[in-house]
Ligand binder design. Structure first.
Ligand code: FES
Length: 122
């Protein structure tokens, strides 16, 4: 999606960019494996201003959040993009709600600190 921007991200001071795949080709030179495992493996220094944006399947997001927390990132600095089947998109039909939250009107991006206790989520 952001293929053309990746090299410029790597040049940002104090940034860390890693790309991983599950099934590498012979030419692949970067990381291999689930992103949560890569986060566990790599040496990264978490600064106070560090932020993480996480999206993907729920189990992957859960494992990534666990790995990021182990690295020292604060809950308030992790942002989760939730995906739910939406219908009305304006908080009326209830298709996207998770407990009291409506993904369509309250999100779809939430601070992990706000949603971490939603059992239905994980
Ligand atoms: S899509 Fe209808 S309430 Fe969110």
């Amino acid at each position: 999606l952001y293929k053309n921007e990746i090299e410029s991200w790597k040049k940002i001071k104090d940034s860390f960019v890693c790309i991983t795949v599950d099934s590498p080709t012979k030419e692949w030179k970067d990381y291999v494996g689930p992103v949560s495992a890569v986060i566990d493996k790599v040496e990264i220094k978490i600064s106070k201003s560090a932020r993480a944006a996480v999206c993907g399947p729920p189990i992957m997001m859960k494992l990534c959040v666990e790995a990021l927390l182990k690295k020292g990132l604060k809950e308030k600095n992790i942002f989760i993009s939730l995906e739910r089947l939406m219908q009305c998109g304006i908080g009326v039909c209830g298709h996207c709600n998770i407990n009291e939250l409506y993904v369509c009107k309250d999100g779809p991006v939430f601070c992990f600190q706000k949603i971490k206790d939603l059992k239905e989520l994980w």
